[in-house]
Design a protein around this ligand. Structure first.
Ligand code: ATP
Length: 259
């Protein structure tokens, strides 16, 4: 079954500024795809356009072969498109378990209100099971009953990831997932992301500045600069390409990552 995300020729304008300019990309289920580029290149706007937070001027967004660019953000989530944020969207006064459970609950809320209000016991049980499973996979059981506001940045990132994991999205957009993590936490993060892909066949589209992480995780890579795609292809090839070295990354960071 096709569960890929496909953007075709999408353009996003803010007044006179073209933030995303005729961008096409495919993020395949069961693979990690990277989206990189300098500050202001249009990465977050591409995510916003994909999830329906900002409208596209031209182009199309498809998930599993179905056109979704006319749908609300909630409807896209219900169809299996998830997202995490550069600035985490967690509720500090809620416990870790409650924050994680919100993921599958919100996916159900994307259905009609009636369906959600009268969710059968089996669905509620499924939320509980997925929540406990995600807490275990992310090593959060010991802090499951702690208020999320009391956690470190690294732990909070794990809570956000656990929430996404519990939601069982087909395709998950991750906006700078390693930001604020130390090297050990980053290692653990990579393992969890890889197990999401391997165990559940989730497709990941990742915006990330940490090139070593991009190299380790991503199968294919797209590079944006001033809203336009300047390179795409297998991650190693793209990271080694002259256009990427010259236009964006600076040879040192890339050489270290690809060597
Ligand atoms: N809501 C908005 N209204 C007007 N301009 C915007 C809006 N959102 C983004 N922009 C502009 O669009 C361009 C692309 O921004 P975007 O945040 O998508 O880049 P980015 O690649 O995600 O950058 P960063 O790596 O810094 O997060 C920038 O020039 C930005 O100022």
């Amino acid at each position: 079954m096709n569960r890929d995300l496909r953007l075709t020729g999408i353009t996003v304008r803010f007044g006179g500024l073209t933030a995303v300019d005729d961008v096409s990309l495919v993020a395949r289920a069961g693979e990690v795809t990277g989206l990189i580029g300098p500050n202001g290149a249009g990465k977050t706007t591409t995510f916003n356009a994909t999830t329906g937070v900002v409208p596209i001027t031209t182009g199309s967004v498809e998930l599993g072969g179905r056109r979704i660019d006319g749908l609300s953000t909630a409807a896209r989530a219900e169809l299996g498109l998830g997202r995490t944020f550069q600035r985490m969207e967690l509720f500090d006064s809620m416990t870790v378990r409650e924050n994680v459970a919100l993921g599958p609950e919100m996916r159900q809320a994307g259905r009609s209100t009636w369906t959600h209000l009268f969710a059968p016991a089996a669905e509620r049980r499924e939320v509980r099971e997925r929540t406990e499973d995600a807490l275990s996979v992310c090593g959060l059981r010991p802090v499951a009953d702690v208020r999320t506001g009391e956690l470190s940045t690294g732990q909070r990132r794990l809570v956000e990831l656990a929430r996404a994991l519990a939601s069982r999205f087909d395709l998950l957009l991750l906006d700078e997932p390693s930001s604020g993590l130390d090297p050990m936490e980053t290692g653990r993060f990579i393992e969890i992301l890889q197990s999401m892909v391997e165990t559940y066949g989730t497709g990941l589209l990742v915006v990330e500045h940490d090139i070593a992480l991009v190299r380790e995780l991503c199968t294919s890579l797209y590079v944006l600069d001033f809203g336009k795609l300047i390179a795409s292809g297998p991650a190693r090839e793209v990271l080694g390409s002259e256009i990427v070295r010259a236009a964006y990354l600076g040879s040192e960071a890339v050489e270290e990552a690809v060597s």
